[in-house]
Ligand binder design. Structure first.
Ligand SMILES: *[C@@H]1O[C@H](CO)[C@@H](O)[C@H](O)[C@H]1NC(C)=O
Ligand SMILES: *[C@@H]1O[C@H](CO)[C@@H](O)[C@H](O)[C@H]1NC(C)=O
Length: 471
């Protein structure tokens, strides 16, 4: 028996080493990055090959026009996708992106003014989730409003605006950008405490992702408003942000160590919602702060484990032991298209882990708390609470294992990515074939942001540092 265990251990550690040294994740990043980048640009009208003739600057969700019909532009998806381009451009990347970003901004300004079933420009219309790609209102029944859209769009635009301000281009910011941002932030101020459909467009209530993005948008917006000389907006944003930060805390399920995605819906509440929030409100200046659920916070790590584990045994294509990287979906009770794993949710898991690693390296230490202990014990069953300096063996062990684990999620994704590199919305849980919408623009964006996080990219700080929730 002793020998059997020794042999087993040898096999386990061998496969671990082989995996770590195989460069499979490196190879996937190298091959998939240009495809994902091209996939994003192809979705943008009027010239993008997958844009279906969309108006200039309109980012389509997917070229799929039936089963499912995603040939629309969603405010949420477009904001997250354009955030990738803004981050690339403002961090010194491809200068040709400037005209793409300008077209996106101009399309959004038009969209803000389109009367739609959620309302008009200053009567709730900014919460409309999606529009036709020729910039007409979509008038069929839908899960509306979705109040994360204006917040996400504001965050993208503020990052661009801050870049312009630091490059002596304040006139464009004041004249063109600020009015668009201000309309979105004023919408958040006015409506954050009213119910919304969640990011999956299914549950009407309050949703963690929406609340957290609204919070981040208002903090970011307060500093931006000050920079453009509007101190009265700045103070109103800060006041509401304080209330939102307080409200955010109520989603935390302390007994079971996860973030409850929605206040309604009748489900467990274990959902990719929390992981997506963590990566899309990452602010390295806040370290591992748990009040804002930073990627390396004990709450966000505990949530990540509970979320990943909820998919173990759920999809037959997932194999391996009870800590192996697997494909994950939106939430385990999902029945949409039969309930499958999604590319973008699995990329998000890897991204949160890379963000955490970058933050620990910048802090020079890693803390294991009672809340995050179970997460770390996946990698070292003897892990104990405490703070581990980056010079310690435990820091090396844990961060090395977390990096291998993160790469493992990319490896699983690689094995379910077709040879042409295209990324649909979902992976069929039994056959492993791509399913639902083809060429989902958000899937491509999620690949890029995960890859950038693996390279240590950190998005601009939005003001998460030093906050306390006084409830
Ligand atoms: C300011 O930024 C806008 C938007 O990107 C751009 O169109 C304009 O050319 C810039 N102006 C200057 C002087 O750089
Ligand atoms: C409004 O805010 C209060 C206080 O944070 C909260 O208890 C309530 O659930 C919120 N309602 C909605 C719909 O956001």
């Amino acid at each position: 028996m002793g020998l059997a265990i020794a042999v087993q251990l040898a096999v386990v550690s061998l496969s671990y080493l082989v995996r770590a040294r195989s460069g499979m994740a490196d190879a996937y990043v190298a091959s998939e990055s240009p495809i994902a980048q091209a996939g994003i640009l192809a979705a943008i009208g009027p010239d993008g090959a997958n844009s279906g003739g969309a108006a200039a600057g309109v980012i389509v969700a997917s070229p799929s026009s039936s089963d499912p019909d995603y040939l629309y532009t969603w405010t949420r998806d477009a904001a997250l996708v354009s955030r990738v381009l803004v981050d690339e451009y403002t961090s010194g990347g491809d200068t040709s992106l400037q005209s793409v970003i300008e077209a996106y901004i101009s399309a959004q300004e038009t969209i803000q003014h389109i009367d739609n079933p959620s309302g008009g420009y200053d009567s709730g219309g900014l919460g409309e989730p999606k529009f036709n790609i020729d910039l007409a209102a979509f008038t069929d029944a839908w899960g509306r409003p979705q109040r994360d859209g204006p917040a996400l769009r504001a965050i993208t635009l503020i990052t661009y605006g801050n870049y312009l301000l630091s490059n002596d281009n304040s006139s464009y910011v004041t004249d063109n950008l600020w009015p668009v941002v201000q309309a979105d932030l004023n919408y958040v101020v006015q409506y954050w405490n009213q119910s919304t459909f969640d990011l999956w467009e299914e549950v009407q209530g309050s949703s963690f992702f929406t609340t957290a993005e609204q919070h981040a948008a208002l903090r970011y917006g307060a500093t931006f408003a000050t920079a453009v000389g509007d101190s009265s907006s700045a103070s109103s944003y800060t006041t509401q942000a304080d209330s939102l930060l307080c409200f955010m805390q109520s989603y935390w399920n302390d007994a079971e160590g996860y973030i409850t995605a929605n206040t309604a819906g009748g489900r467990s509440g274990i959902d990719a919602n929390g992981v997506l929030t963590s990566i899309h409100t990452f602010d390295i200046a806040a370290g591992c702060d748990s009040v804002t659920f930073q990627p390396c916070s004990d709450r966000a790590l505990s949530n990540l484990k509970v979320y990943v584990d909820s998919f173990r045994g759920l999809y037959s294509i997932n194999t391996g032991s009870d800590t192996d990287p697997i494909l994950t979906g939106r939430y385990k009770e999902d029945t949409y298209y039969n309930g499958n794993p999604w590319y973008l949710t699995t990329f998000a898991v890897a991204e949160q882990l890379y963000d955490a690693l970058t933050t620990w390296d910048s802090l020079g230490s890693l803390e294991v708390t009672d809340v995050s202990l179970a997460f770390f014990q996946q990698f070292d069953s003897a892990a104990a609470t405490g703070t581990y300096d980056s010079s310690s063996d435990e820091y090396t062990t844990l961060t090395g294992a977390v990096r291998d684990w993160a790469d493992g999620f990319l490896e699983v994704l690689a094995s379910f990515t077709p040879s042409d590199g295209s990324l649909a919305e979902q992976v069929d849980k039994s056959s492993g074939s791509p399913t639902s919408a083809a060429d989902l623009t958000w899937s491509y964006a999620s690949a890029i942001t995960a890859f950038n996080a693996r390279d240590g990219f950190t998005p601009a700080s939005w003001g998460a540092s030093g906050l306390t929730a006084s409830c």
